[in-house]
Design a protein around this ligand. Structure first.
Ligand SMILES: NC(=O)c1ccc[n+]([C@@H]2O[C@H](COP(=O)([O-])OP(=O)(O)OC[C@H]3O[C@@H](n4cnc5c(N)ncnc54)[C@H](OP(=O)(O)O)[C@@H]3O)[C@@H](O)[C@H]2O)c1
Length: 267
């Protein structure tokens, strides 16, 4: 694989670099650049990837550019990026930035990939949704698979489903963290010490998620398997149903989707 350049060297770029290095992509094939140079220096020192001190140096010899600064930086991006990325594959992780908007900054890229990773990608356990301007050539597909594989799993979707995906997997980790906190607090209300309640909450979520992934069956089947008629779990689930837990989650996701649509309206 030819060199992959990172424009921006913050959390998301670092997650991708760490994942690539863990998969034995050599550090010499990776380069980074950041506006102040601060985060790029930190990433270079920590991982051994090359820090470049200009956009020209970053893109010279690079085949793929990963755009990993903040979405608001796109509008003010250096106009020379249009020429510097001519013929290169451009992969954006900018939340909410549409392919049409990326195409204004990178009009001569050989292809444009828009991605939406999520925070568990920091430990290689993410799920990234992605869409593409034009069908990927087999070599570019391999590059995208390698890049996104560094963050965890990936699914290709049509661009018009990006807001829906954002509201499920992009915002989803926060819903799970909120559920973990609620389960912890409920454990304390039930009489447990806070530290024990926290441990029980985290390990229950983790164990249940791993069991669900391992069994690869409908969650309802696993739920029913632990629910004896009129038992303790049954009593708890009855209360969840009475308060329309599913309706609440549906509203949560639809609210996040509506906000995602608003935020990405003109971008
Ligand atoms: N974190 C996540 O889980 C997550 C999930 C989904 C999508 N994303 C997307 O990932 C992107 C990056 O997020 P992050 O959390 O990694 O942000 P971050 O840690 O704040 O990093 C931002 C980076 O952008 C650099 N930068 C700022 N202006 C720049 C410019 N004009 N040219 C080049 N580099 C510039 C900063 O460099 P200096 O500070 O060194 O100047 C820094 O390296 C965002 O677009 C976000 O939407 C993140």
């Amino acid at each position: 694989m030819s060199r992959i350049a990172f424009l921006g060297a913050g959390n998301m770029a670092a997650a991708m670099v760490d994942g690539l290095l863990a998969k034995n992509v050599p550090a010499v094939d990776l380069a980074c650049f950041s506006a102040s140079g601060k985060t790029a220096a930190g990433l270079a020192t920590r991982t051994g990837v090359a820090q470049k001190n200009s956009l020209d140096a970053l893109l010279a010899g690079a085949d793929t550019l990963v755009v990993a600064f903040k979405p608001q930086h796109l509008a003010a991006a250096d106009p020379r990026l249009a020429e510097l990325t001519a013929g290169k594959l451009v992969v954006s992780v900018l939340a909410g930035k549409k392919i049409a908007s990326l195409a204004k900054t990178f009009p001569r890229a050989r292809n444009l990939v828009r991605t939406m990773p999520n925070t568990p990608s920091q430990i290689g356990a993410g799920i990234t949704g992605w869409c593409v301007r034009a069908p990927l050539s087999p070599p570019d597909q391999a590059i995208v698979d390698t890049l996104l594989g560094a963050l965890g799993q990936a699914v290709e979707i049509p661009e018009n489903q990006m807001d829906a995906l954002t509201s499920v997997s992009g915002s989803g980790p926060a819903y799970v963290f909120e559920f973990a906190a609620a389960l912890r607090d409920a454990g304390v209300a039930a009489g447990l010490a806070p530290g024990i309640a926290q441990k029980l909450s985290v390990e229950t979520l983790l164990g249940a998620a791993r069991l669900l992934a391992r069994k690869n069956i409908e969650p309802e089947k696993l739920r029913d398997a632990v629910t004896s008629p009129n038992g303790t779990t049954f009593a708890g689930l009855q209360r969840m149903a009475a308060r329309d837990f599913r309706g609440l989650i549906r509203e949560t996701v639809l609210a996040a989707k509506a906000r995602s649509e608003e935020l990405s309206q003109d971008s």
